[in-house]
Design a protein around this ligand. Structure first.
Ligand code: KIV
Length: 304
C-alpha cells in the first residue's frame, strides 16, 4: 500500500505546470464530502476535483445536468474542510455545473467567484472548446483560474447523443486540437481530455504547454482523473472501459452492514465492550404515566 505520510507543499496551478515540465504525472480524483477529501489527501493526491459527477455518484441522477451551483458550493465547502483537516496540500478545483456559465459571461463570472468565495475552491472547471473562449477569459480576468474540459463532455450528453468517445475521425480530432489550443490561449491552466483516442490525447498533450488531465484518454496525458466511487468499486451499473477498480468497497460496505444487521437481530451487538457502565446508578422507582396523570388531575379538582 502506498500511503504518503510526509507533509507536502500545497499544490498550486504553478506547481502543476512545473510537474508537466518535469514530466511528473499529476494524480487527480473527485471528492464530494469532507471524509473523502481527508482520505484522498492522506493518500497523496495532487488535485481534488469537486465534480458535477456528484449528480450521478451521490445524488442518484442519471446525468450531471440537474446539479445546481448552490449544490456545488455546498460540496466544495465540505471538501475544503476535509482537506484542511488533512493538512491541505492538494489543489481544490470545483466544477461549474450546467447552466452556470453558458447563458452569460456575467453570470459565469459570478458563479465562478461564488465557488471560490463560498466553496473554498482555488479554481473552477468548465466544459467546452473554442465557443467558450470569451467566458474563460472573463473568469480568468476576474482572478479565478480555469481548467478546461473537452472531448466527451457529459453536460452535452444530448448534443453528443449519449456518452460516446469523441474525436475518432480526422475532422473531429482536428477540431479537438483547435479547441485545446484555444483553451490554452484563453488562459486555462490545465485541460481535461475525456473519452478520446489515446493517439489524439498524445498529440494534444505534446502541443500544449499546460498540463492535460485524462479520463478515458490513455496514458500519454500529463495527469489522470477518476471519479472516486468508480475507483473504489462503489458503482452499481455499467462500468466504462476506462474505469479501473482499485478496490471493491461496494462489496465491503454491503458485507460490513450485513454483519451489523445480523448482530443487531441476534442481540449480539452492542456487546459489553461497546456499552457504558456505572456502578453509581441506582434505580429510583417511578409511578407509571397513567397513575401520574391521575394524581395530577385530582390535584386540580378535575373529575377523574
Ligand atoms: O464531474 C467530474 O467528475 C468530471 C471528471 C470526470 C473529469 O468532470
Amino acid at each position: 500500500m502506498s500511503v504518503q505520510t510526509a507533509p507536502r507543499r500545497h499544490v498550486t496551478i504553478h506547481e502543476l505546470k512545473r510537474m508537466k515540465e518535469a514530466a511528473e504525472p499529476i494524480a487527480v480524483v473527485t471528492a464530494y464530502d469532507a471524509t473523502a477529501a481527508r482520505l484522498v489527501a492522506a493518500a497523496g493526491i495532487d488535485v481534488v476535483l469537486v465534480g458535477d459527477s456528484v449528480g450521478m455518484a451521490v445524488q442518484g441522477h442519471d446525468s450531471t445536468l440537474p446539479v445546481t451551483i448552490d449544490q456545488m458550493i455546498y460540496h466544495s465547502a465540505a471538501v475544503r474542510r476535509g482537506l484542511a483537516r488533512a493538512g491541505g496540500h492538494p489543489h481544490l478545483v470545483a466544477d461549474m455545473p450546467f447552466g452556470s456559465y453558458q447563458a452569460s459571461p456575467d453570470e459565469a463570472v459570478k458563479c465562478a467567484m461564488r465557488l471560490v468565495a463560498e466553496g473554498g475552491a482555488e479554481s473552477v472547471k468548465l466544459e467546452g472548446g473554442q465557443d467558450f473562449v470569451g467566458v474563460i477569459q472573463r473568469i480568468v480576468r476576474a482572478g479565478v483560474p480555469v481548467m478546461g474540459h473537452i472531448g466527451l463532455t457529459p453536460q452535452s450528453v444530448h448534443k453528443m447523443g449519449g456518452y460516446v468517445v469523441q474525436g475518432r475521425d480526422t475532422d473531429k480530432a482536428q477540431q479537438l486540437l483547435r479547441d485545446a489550443r484555444a483553451l490554452q490561449s484563453a488562459g486555462c491552466y490545465a485541460v481535461v481530455l475525456e473519452g478520446i483516442p489515446t493517439e489524439l490525447a498524445r498529440i494534444i498533450s505534446g502541443q500544449l504547454s499546460v498540463p492535460t488531465i485524462g479520463i478515458g484518454a490513455g496514458l500519454h496525458c500529463d495527469g489522470q482523473v477518476l471519479v472516486l466511487t468508480d475507483l473504489l468499486g462503489m458503482d452499481d451499473g455499467f462500468v466504462p472501459k476506462f474505469v479501473k477498480r482499485f478496490a471493491d468497497l461496494g462489496q465491503a460496505i454491503t458485507g460490513a452492514v450485513g454483519t451489523y444487521v445480523s448482530e443487531v437481530k441476534a442481540r449480539s451487538f452492542p456487546d459489553d465492550a461497546h456499552s457504558y457502565h456505572s456502578s453509581a446508578v441506582r434505580l429510583v422507582p417511578v409511578a407509571d404515566e397513567q397513575e401520574e396523570r391521575h394524581d395530577e388531575a385530582a390535584a386540580f379538582g378535575a373529575p377523574v
